[in-house]
Design a protein around this ligand. Structure first.
Ligand SMILES: NC(=O)c1ccc[n+]([C@@H]2O[C@H](COP(=O)([O-])OP(=O)(O)OC[C@H]3O[C@@H](n4cnc5c(N)ncnc54)[C@H](O)[C@@H]3O)[C@@H](O)[C@H]2O)c1
Ligand SMILES: O=C(O)[C@H]1O[C@H](OP(=O)(O)OP(=O)(O)OC[C@H]2O[C@@H](n3ccc(=O)[nH]c3=O)[C@H](O)[C@@H]2O)[C@H](O)[C@@H](O)[C@@H]1O
Length: 348
């Protein structure tokens, strides 16, 4: 068996994959697909769970250690007969019987992934090894949520999947970006050596309702600051760019990748590119025109530009994002206002 990689090369697979569970082909309704979502109590994970639970043939198991996620994000499913929530750290082995593994468990906000960098590396390396071991034992297909951070501070713009990146291996972000790079390597080695069915998504900055209010990422920071009448903290120089994808588009892309025929890596993101100053101006205009913008010190190794080339996602998955930044920000504002208990001011 052979599979195409992002460069169009063939990866030779030496063994056939383990046989999947007979349930996948069961004639009579039980649950056709038993799906594990690691990190399912987090921001993207909980939206993914909502979408997967819409299909009554899916049974969903979430494992999460609640480091950055919360049971609150899943409260509508707790007690549902097709849903199970397990407090578990992916750095420990896990024995469950499943057909699909969406492997998201990993803190994503720089503040949180830098808080305990050794634990972040363990989560990416040991956590991914454990999930691959599980996939191998039960013959499950596994999808890894990798990141645009594997491109580091990119010297190529926009970033195509073929680009190998410009990553500092010893910097304060390395626990995350190098951790994800090793996780991708492990995925391909298990694929080549053991025939595991793999999928790799390279996710670009995603935002939406349910992000932690004090998550520290830029969109959640600006929205919370605008609602609280606090200055928007643009980290210097403010000309650095990001491309922001709304969470429902992201979930749609991840499911298409999982159920499609291509291993990836495939970029999933919205190519609309903004400087941080432009983002601040959009938030100001849409949410609170009276708020000020303050330039503050940046953190080391902050990538200067980031924009996905999504040709592969379009051609191979028939996917492209639908929601623009200016359409998505108000949905997030509504969620943040509700959680902060601050209604929108009436403008006369
Ligand atoms: N949101 C983005 O912009 C973005 C971009 C690129 C990649 N990603 C990737 O997508 C995934 C989800 O990101 P998110 O934005 O939802 O972040 P998040 O922090 O909201 O969710 C991560 C979840 O993983 C859990 N977790 C962390 N370490 C764990 C461990 N050792 N064992 C079990 N659970 C653990 C957390 O408690 C949390 O519920 C991550 O893998 C992240 O690297 C996200
Ligand atoms: O999409 C990705 O691949 C990665 O993107 C983000 O990393 P980053 O882009 O650095 O995310 P933010 O912390 O939101 O920072 C974005 C930009 O906003 C700036 N920023 C951040 C916070 C703030 O208050 N003000 C501000 O100007 C930062 O300097 C940076 O240039 C995520 O945190 C990672 O989990 C994810 O893997």
């Amino acid at each position: 068996m052979a599979n195409e990689n992002a460069n169009g090369n063939q990866h030779t697979v030496t063994r056939s994959p383990p046989p999947p569970s007979p349930l996948r082909f069961s004639k009579f309704f039980q649950s056709n697909m038993r799906i594990l979502v690691t990190g399912g109590a987090g921001f993207i994970g909980s939206h993914l769970v909502d979408k997967l639970m819409e299909n009554e043939k899916n049974e969903v198991i979430v494992v999460d250690n609640y480091f950055t996620g919360s049971k609150d994000n899943l409260k509508k499913w707790i007690g549902h007969p097709r849903f199970e929530l397990i407090r578990h750290d992916v750095t420990e082995t896990l024995l469950v019987e499943v057909d699909r593994i969406y492997h998201l468990a990993c803190p994503a906000s720089p503040i949180f992934y830098k808080y305990n960098p050794v634990k972040t590396i363990k989560t990416n390396v040991i956590g991914t090894l454990n999930m691959l071991g599980l996939a191998k034992r039960v013959g499950a297909r596994i999808l890894l949520t990798s990141t645009s951070e594997v491109y580091g501070d990119p010297l190529e713009h926009p970033q195509k999947e073929e680009y190998w990146g410009n990553v500092n291996p010893i910097g304060v972000r390395s626990c995350y970006d190098e951790g994800k790079r090793v996780a991708e390597t492990l995925m391909f080695d298990y694929h080549r050596q053991h025939g595991i069915e793999i999928r790799i998504a390279r996710i670009f900055n995603t935002y939406g309702p349910r992000m932690n209010i004090d998550d520290g990422r830029v969109v959640s920071n600006f929205i919370a600051q605008a609602i609280r009448d606090e200055p928007l903290t643009v980290q210097a120089p403010g000309t650095q760019t990001r491309s922001f994808c709304y969470v429902s588009d992201m979930v749609d892309g991840l499911i298409r990748l999982m159920e499609g025929e291509h291993t990836g890596p495939i970029n999933i993101g919205n190519p609309g590119e903004f400087t941080m100053m432009e983002l601040a101006e959009n938030v100001k205009e849409l949410i609170n025109p009276e708020v000020s913008v303050k330039i503050v010190e940046n953190t080391p190794d902050d990538p200067r530009q980031r924009k996905p080339n999504i040709t592969k996602a379009k051609e191979l998955l028939g996917w492209e994002p639908k929601i623009t930044l200016r359409e998505g920000l108000p949905f997030m504002e509504e969620d943040f206002r509700q959680r902060l208990g601050v209604p929108k001011k009436q403008i006369n």
